[in-house]
Design a protein around this ligand. Structure first.
Ligand code: PBE
Length: 267
């Protein structure tokens, strides 16, 4: 009797997310550089990916997903990153806040809050897990804001309240970005802004910041994940600062799978 290879047991499929995500481009590069010839990356969405992960995990079946940290899946399941000896995924990176050109002049108070926004994986994790446990997105964010007044006070330090100025924030429906943008919406509204949250794909998000049709986004993963977008729109947006350190992307599998490295996918 033959034992199936990892590839055979998975039909050579890596479960991806939305096509515009940086991790999708990085994973295509992984397939190329590790010469994973028979493998293919499926497209879907962040929520379809976690649904597939849950389905496989509950039955202890093999699965490989495009994954990232911070993400609630690591709190809910025993998972591991596959080693990436070629460093295609780039190691630790940052989430940065980006704004349209002219934001500092037009909305100086919003510009200041967005530039002062900085939190941790644990902060974001509390909101992500609450949402995953069934809390509404805005309620989970409000609960976090209520419990973390000291942090919010740092972001709004030196900022004067405004009277209904409009701010438009763009985000992609990734669990990490759902958490951050819901928090920022509340923080800006408490300072007197009227906030519109616009959910888009990654490409349109970068385009919208660059052409000024939205004011800002907290969703720029740098320097690797969104490099293609950042290069494409160089000079057409302002970097407002790092809002989280030590984030990461890669291929993620359940601990029960008997592989350790991306290189094992060729066995
Ligand atoms: N992600 C989450 C995004 C950035 C944030 C890793 C799915 C991406 O790949 O573009």
């Amino acid at each position: 009797e033959e034992t199936k290879s990892v590839g055979e047991s998975l039909n050579y499929k890596i479960t991806g997310i939305d096509p515009g995500a940086g991790i999708m481009e990085a994973t295509e590069k992984v397939i190329e550089e590790y010469e994973l010839k028979d493998w293919e990356l499926t497209t879907g969405s962040g929520s379809a990916m976690t649904a597939s992960l849950k389905k496989a995990y509950d039955k202890e079946q093999p699965i490989i997903v495009t994954g990232w940290t911070p993400h609630w899946k690591f709190a809910k399941y025993d998972l591991k990153y596959l080693e990436d000896p070629k460093g295609v995924y780039g190691g630790e990176e940052q989430i940065r806040t980006i704004g349209r050109l002219g934001l500092a002049d037009d909305l100086p108070e919003a510009h200041k809050i967005l530039s002062q926004f900085k939190w941790t994986e644990e902060d974001m994790g509390e909101i992500m897990v609450a949402i995953q446990d069934g809390e509404k997105e805005d309620v989970a964010a409000q609960n976090w804001v209520d419990a973390n007044k000291d942090k919010v006070a740092e972001w709004t330090n030196g900022v004067e309240k405004v009277d209904g100025d409009k701010v438009n924030l763009a985000y992609v429906a990734w669990d990490s970005e759902i958490a951050s943008h819901n928090v920022m919406t509340i923080v800006l509204e408490d300072m007197g802004f009227k906030v519109t949250l616009t959910q888009v794909e990654a490409g349109p998000l970068w385009t919208a910041v660059a052409d000024g049709s939205v004011d800002a986004s907290l969703a720029a993963w740098m320097p690797v994940t969104h490099k293609t977008y950042a290069d494409k729109f160089e000079g057409e947006f302002e970097e407002l600062g790092v809002n989280m350190e030590g984030v990461k992307i890669g291929l993620v599998v359940p601990e029960y799978m008997d592989i350790k490295s991306i290189e094992d996918l060729n066995n």
